[in-house]
Design a protein around this ligand. Structure first.
Ligand SMILES: [Zn+2]
Length: 268
C-alpha cells in the first residue's frame, strides 16, 4: 500500500521526482507502495534493480539461481571482484539494501520454471524479464498474462537490444509475437554483447516500469523498441495481437504456464 504521506527524508531523497511534471507526491507514493519482480539479475537486471532501488520502489524481488563468475563482470555492474562465486541474488541484494535502506529487497535463489513462476508473479505490480533464455521468457509471459500482471521485457544480442511492455488485452503477449522457440539464444559470453548496451536497455526497462507504476500507461505498451548501439539508432514498431494466440487469444488452450523447449538446450 502506498504511504499516506511522505516523510521529510523521503521528500529530500525523491525531490527530483516530486518536481517532475505529471509525477509529484502522488506518483512517488505509488512507487513506494509498489511491488516489482526482477527476473534475472544479469546484464539487464543489474541496472534495472539499481535504478528501481534509487527511485524508491517499495518492494523489489530478485530472482536468479546463478552465481557470479568472472565473465559477468564486464557488464553486470552490481558485482565486483569479491563477489565471484557468490549467489547473484545475495550479492545484488546486499548492494541494493545499502543503496536505499528503507526499501524491502526479497531474494529468490531459484530457477524459474512452469511450476514455480505463477507463485513468484502473483501479487506483483510489474514483472521485469531480463532473463537470458527462451524457456524462461515463455513461462514468465504465461504467468503474467494469467495473473494479469504487466510485463516489461528486454533482451540483448551483440550490439542490439529490444524492449516491449506486455499487458493483454491491451497489447499482444510474447506468444503472439513468437509462437514457437525454434532456436534458443546462446549466452552473452558466447555471442558477445557490448557492455554499456546492457545499461542502455536496462535503464529503459526501469524507466518504462516507473512510468507504468505512476500513470498506468507507458510508451512501449504494444510497441517494440529496437536499439542498435552500433549505428546508435532507436526505432519502434507497432505490434499486433494474434487473435488465435493459445494464451491471450479468443479461445485460449494454455491455462497454466507451459514450458516451451527450444531446439538447443539453454547454456548458462
Ligand atoms: Zn498472445
Amino acid at each position: 500500500m502506498p504511504p499516506e504521506r511522505l516523510a521529510p527524508e523521503q521528500v529530500e531523497r525523491y525531490q527530483a521526482h516530486l518536481t517532475l511534471p505529471g509525477f509529484g507526491r502522488a506518483g512517488q507514493r505509488r512507487l513506494l507502495g509498489a511491488r516489482v519482480l526482477v527476473i534475472g539479475v544479469g546484464g539487464l537486471g543489474c541496472p534495472v534493480a539499481e535504478y528501481l532501488t534509487a527511485a524508491g520502489i517499495g518492494c523489489i524481488g530478485l530472482v536468479d539461481d546463478d552465481i557470479v563468475d568472472g565473465t559477468n563482470l564486464q557488464r553486470q555492474t552490481l558485482y565486483g571482484e569479491a563477489d565471484r562465486g557468490r549467489p547473484k541474488v545475495d550479492a545484488a541484494g546486499e548492494r541494493l539494501a545499502a543503496m536505499n535502506v528503507a526499501l524491502r529487497i526479497e531474494t529468490h535463489r531459484v530457477r524459474v520454471t512452469a511450476s514455480n513462476v505463477r507463485d513468484l508473479v502473483r501479487g506483483q505490480d510489474v514483472v521485469i524479464d531480463g532473463s537470458d533464455n527462451f524457456p524462461t521468457r515463455y513461462v514468465v509471459n504465461d504467468a503474467c498474462v494469467l495473473e494479469k500482471v504487466a510485463l516489461v521485457s528486454g533482451s540483448l544480442y551483440q550490439y542490439e537490444g529490444q524492449v516491449t511492455v506486455i499487458r493483454p488485452p491491451a497489447t499482444p503477449c510474447y506468444r503472439c509475437l513468437f509462437p514457437s522457440a525454434t532456436q534458443d539464444q546462446p549466452p552473452c559470453r558466447e555471442v558477445g554483447v557490448l557492455g554499456p548496451l546492457a545499461g542502455i536497455v536496462g535503464t529503459i526497462l526501469a524507466a518504462e516500469t516507473i512510468k507504468l507504476l505512476v500513470s498506468g500507461d507507458t510508451a512501449l505498451m504494444g510497441r517494440l523498441l529496437l536499439v542498435d548501439s552500433q549505428a546508435m539508432t532507436f526505432r519502434t514498431v507497432q505490434l499486433r495481437s494474434d487473435p488465435g494466440c493459445p494464451l491471450c487469444g479468443s479461445s485460449p488452450s494454455i491455462l497454466e504456464p507451459t514450458a516451451v523447449t527450444a531446439d538447443r538446450a539453454p547454456a548458462r
